[in-house]
Design a protein around this ligand. Structure first.
Ligand SMILES: Nc1ncnc2c1ncn2[C@@H]1O[C@H](COP(=O)(O)OP(=O)(O)OP(=O)(O)O)[C@@H](O)[C@H]1O
Ligand SMILES: [Mg+2]
Length: 394
């Protein structure tokens, strides 16, 4: 929100001229660095001798910080706090009190005051209190902005999800209409194709829902995780076997090269998800008669799983958005290939959960190479194990 030098507006509302002049001159050249947010703040001070004119000014000019005298000639500070300022939770109010009784402090806090200054106060007391208020304002503004971003992301996620669920429902609905109206005559067998396509769309929807559940459990930390020593080559072989039929149908050859003795301390199901998604993509988006090369190797304190294919490949613009939820690259080759677009986003989330990474290199028409790196646990406490303990919510 702030970059470099930012100006915050501070209003002082007090009927004592001395206080107004004093506050203005003490705060006029004050600057404050907020390292957490990387910004520097300076203040622009305005002053008001009575509550009415201050409240009137709020229509056109709302300060971020208010120094508010609790006792004013007309409308009092407490009333302003309770009325006008209660509708502006983003304004940080410091009450100035002549007699700081516990009772008035409790009341003002309940009404939303952030802090107090008891008269008479020293310049240093003023500066300390105002600095605290500035810090509070900046962090609260940042928190509000993050909440807003989260809401937007959630909204986008739900919109895409709704769309992804609606299209198979519409398709099946359409087929049912055609069958209901006997569009192809009274022979039941004529509708086999439609029924088959409907089943496929429903299977796709079921997969999407299951993938979503996996994703949600992983992200919320609800999935019970069981880290155990796993031999990487075994995981790779199991994933290759799972894709054997699909590969055979397309005449695709899969090769595995594994550095011997590589193992990782991780949850079996999560590792299977990573391997299955990468290998299934390499087969699904390959060309007939193509090859898939899976290579397992050691890279310093990490293991590297590399899956290379000779498929349709992707442009740089396409690979840039590949790891987000629901992303599917639609073109003449991929149009009829079913998928939820959640596989790689799952791979990315799992990799980062383990303190690892995933990257892709791809060339249209030539093929793609996906590389996942994961910390493996060495003899006792490797990085993988340490990361896991933190996120292992059981
Ligand atoms: N090896 C690859 N070669 C070319 N394109 C790929 C490759 N892997 C993924 N893609 C593209 O990236 C998109 C996203 O892949 P991802 O694995 O996330 O989802 P999906 O395969 O469509 O569905 P799911 O994996 O959930 O069944 C795919 O739809 C495809 O267009
Ligand atoms: Mg996939």
């Amino acid at each position: 929100m702030y970059s470099e030098l930012e100006t915050l507006k501070l209003a002082v509302v007090d009927d004592e001229l001395g206080i107004r002049l004093g506050v203005s001159s003490i705060l006029a050249d004050m600057t404050m660095d907020i390292p957490d947010v990387g910004c520097r703040i300076r203040l622009q001070v305005s002053s008001w001798a009575d509550g009415e004119s201050f409240v009137g000014s709020l229509d056109s000019n709302v300060p971020q910080i208010v120094l508010l005298d609790s006792k004013l000639p007309g409308i009092g500070g407490m009333e302003i706090l309770e009325g006008t300022l209660s509708k502006r939770p983003d304004v940080v109010t410091i009450m100035i009190t002549a007699y700081a009784t516990l009772e008035s402090a409790v009341r003002a806090t309940k009404l939303g005051a952030y802090d107090f200054l008891a008269k008479p106060f020293t310049p240093e007391e003023l500066r300390v209190t105002v600095r605290k208020a500035i810090h509070h304002h900046v962090l609260a503004a940042q928190a509000r902005r993050l909440m807003e971003e989260k809401r937007t992301v959630r909204f986008q996620f739900i919109s895409v999800l709704a769309h992804e669920l609606k299209s198979p429902i519409n398709a099946v609905d359409g087929y049912l209409d055609l069958i209901r109206n006997r569009m192809l005559g009274d022979e039941l067998a004529s509708y086999d194709g439609m029924i088959e396509r409907s089943s496929l769309r429903i299977a796709g929807m079921r997969k999407l829902i299951n993938d979503l559940l996996d994703l949600t459990r992983i992200e919320s930390g609800q999935r019970i995780r069981n880290p155990e020593p796993l031999v990487l080559e075994d995981l790779a072989r199991a994933a290759l076997e799972g894709q054997e039929n699909a590969a055979r149908e397309q005449g695709i050859r899969i090769d595995l090269t594994a550095e011997p003795g590589l193992s990782i301390h991780a949850d079996r199901m999560e590792m299977e998800m990573i391997f299955n998604n990468l290998v299934s993509n390499a087969v699904k988006y390959n060309r007939p008669g193509g090859t898939v090369q899976v290579t397992l190797s050691r890279r310093e304190d990490q293991v590297e799983v590399q899956v290379t294919d000779t498929g349709w490949g992707m442009s740089a613009e396409e690979t840039a958005r590949l790891f987000s939820d629901f992303v599917r690259i639609k073109n003449e080759h991929t149009r009829d290939i079913p998928g939820s677009g959640l596989g790689l986003s799952l791979v990315k989330k799992l990799s980062s959960l383990y303190g690892g990474s995933v990257e892709v290199e791809s060339e249209p028409g030539v093929g793609s190479c996906f590389r996942v790196r994961l910390p493996f646990q060495l003899s006792s406490a490797g990085i993988g194990g340490a990361v896991l303990k933190e996120t292992d919510h059981g």
